[in-house]
Design a protein around this ligand. Structure first.
Ligand SMILES: C[C@H](O)[C@H](O)[C@H]1CNC2=NC(N)=NC(=O)C2=N1
Length: 95
């Protein structure tokens, strides 16, 4: 379903309020890296994010190496950053 991309001022304001998230250097997405004590904790976090993604119907692009989880949020239906990414980033931060 089509959804609006965030305007320049919207993304600037929202990003300032999203602890730890930054614009990707190479595309219209926000990124954050999460570090955990070990793989088990990283995987536990990924499980919780996966459940969030399903309830939000908004899915991360991510990678995991041992205790590190890198997440990129962008809206495929908007071909860029939308409010859905902001809501998802807020929900992830609240875990
Ligand atoms: C049909 C389904 O609702 C859509 O494909 C949803 C699923 N998850 C999604 N996730 C992300 N990141 N962007 C989308 O546009 C998107 N669209």
């Amino acid at each position: 379903m089509a959804v609006e991309k965030l305007s320049d001022s919207e993304r600037k304001n929202w990003l300032a309020a999203l602890d730890g998230w930054a614009m990707a250097s190479d595309r219209d997405a926000i990124e954050r890296t999460f570090k955990f004590a070990d793989f088990s904790e990283a995987w536990g976090f990924m499980n919780r994010v996966a459940l969030l993604a399903e309830t939000h119907d908004h899915h991360p692009e991510w990678s995991n190496v041992y205790n590190t989880v890198e997440i990129a949020l962008t809206t495929h239906d908007a071909d860029g950053l939308s409010m859905r990414d902001v809501e998802m980033a807020k929900a992830i931060n609240a875990l």
